[in-house]
Ligand binder design. Structure first.
Ligand code: NAI
Ligand code: MG
Length: 356
């Protein structure tokens, strides 16, 4: 089991160190190799995704990724910015299926921005297509408008596109995932306005014929945004395109209390995956020892389950995290009166102790 560890910038190194500690406490055999990525790699090698880092990622079963980015790189040309590393990895490894579970842990019900009764017991999974849609569609660019409301004015344009096989493979991922859960898929589209998402809706319905044991409904994205804050527990698996998934998964993250709790997985069709917390590099708290490492520790659990064939080890980590929360330990982002405030390293140590 070869794991590439890419800590990155800001709190990245602090939180990945805790996840590695937890992995090493499992008593399994891993080959871990660390490489620079993002701003850290730009400083060291002049590029956010150096050849050596990319080659290590390609040669590994899984990638444990911290986070990249810092305001100090905002002036760099776009191809040299830290965020290009994560886009480059997704593209180079064809990581088309992004899993973002939104689970509201019993002990953190009060940390949610919604009423406790709306989120208690929440356990939904957003599956976002990650390598297509308007984020990658060509052509794109700037030009002088030939027609429209302001002919002759400067305009910008992007292209929304999905091919049938791209939709088919992500739909299958969603139905397979739902089969292991509560057997319900909600496909989110905008088929009433966009041709791309009419094809999306049609293809998802076709693929559904192979999964008669799973319920499927279709929902327009605007309604889905509303339902997520009205009755989030009505969902099981949500599958959607790259842009709608970007927005809805951030919305869903707030239902659970803190972005510091949310893991993610990005997989290709060979089960190779990149595992990272849903949050960024949090430069505002970097180096202070207060970042919540649980999102990264839970990402390592997803890595064991999806890419390394160790579901029992994944269960053990998730149970240890619940135990630590039940003990009342909280990093500042999830702290409330009556609980015990701890730092990044203490939280990691507590998970290791709970594992043992
Ligand atoms: P962010 O997620 O880094 O931080 C947002 C807020 O949440 C901050 O107040 C931060 O302190 C807090 N936060 C985040 N993670 C936390 C944790 N584990 N424990 C406690 N608090 C936590 O998003 P922001 O501020 O918009 O971006 C900062 C940098 O991160 C930017 O350069 C951005 O481009 C980058 N970024 C990188 C991502 C990645 O590597 N995949 C994803 C999102 C942003
Ligand atoms: Mg986002």
């Amino acid at each position: 089991m070869k794991i590439a560890v890419l800590p990155g910038d800001g709190i990245g190194p602090e939180i990945t160190a805790e996840a590695i500690k937890v992995l090493q406490a499992l008593g399994l055999k891993f080959e871990l190799e660390t490489a620079p990525v993002g701003g850290a790699a730009y400083e060291a090698a002049g590029h956010p995704l150096p050849e050596a880092t990319l080659n290590l990622a390609k040669a590994s079963d899984a990638i444990l990724f911290g986070a990249v980015g810092d305001w100090k790189y905002d002036q760099l040309d776009r191809p040299l910015r830290p965020e290009q590393a994560i886009l480059g990895l997704r593209k180079a490894l064809s990581l088309f299926a992004n899993f973002r579970p939104a689970i509201c842990y019993e002990q953190l019900v009060d940390a949610s921005s919604l009423k406790p009764e709306l989120v208690a017991g929440l356990d939904i999974l957003i599956i976002r297509e990650l390598t297509g849609d308007i984020y990658f569609g060509q052509p794109r660019g700037r030009r002088t408008a030939a027609d429209g409301h302001f002919p002759g004015a400067e305009e910008a344009f992007d292209t929304m596109r999905y091919s049938r096989p791209e939709i088919e493979r992500i739909a299958r991922v969603a139905f397979e995932a739902a089969r292991k859960r509560n057997k319900k898929v909600t496909s989110v589209d905008k088929a009433n306005v966009l041709e791309t998402f009419q094809l999306w809706k049609d293809v998802v319905a076709e693929v559904h014929r192979d999964y008669p044991d799973v319920a499927l409904d279709h929902m327009y994205v605007d309604n889905a945004a509303m339902q997520l804050v009205k009755a989030p527990k009505a969902f099981d698996v949500i599958v959607t395109g790259n842009m709608f998934g970007d927005i809805l998964s951030d919305e869903a993250s707030m239902l659970t209390g803190s972005i510091g709790m949310l893991p993610s997985a990005s997989l290709n069709d060979k089960k190779q995956g990149l595992y990272e917390p849903s949050h960024g590099s949090a430069p505002d708290i970097a180096g202070k020892g207060v970042a919540n490492p649980l999102a990264t520790i839970l990402s390592a659990a997803m890595m064991l389950r999806f890419s390394l064939g160790q579901p029992e080890a994944a269960d053990r980590i998730e149970a240890a995290v619940k135990q630590v929360l039940a003990q009342g330990l909280r990093t500042p982002d999830i702290y409330s009166a009556g609980t015990t405030k701890v730092g990044t390293v203490q939280m990691g140590d507590a998970v290791v102790n709970a594992l043992r």
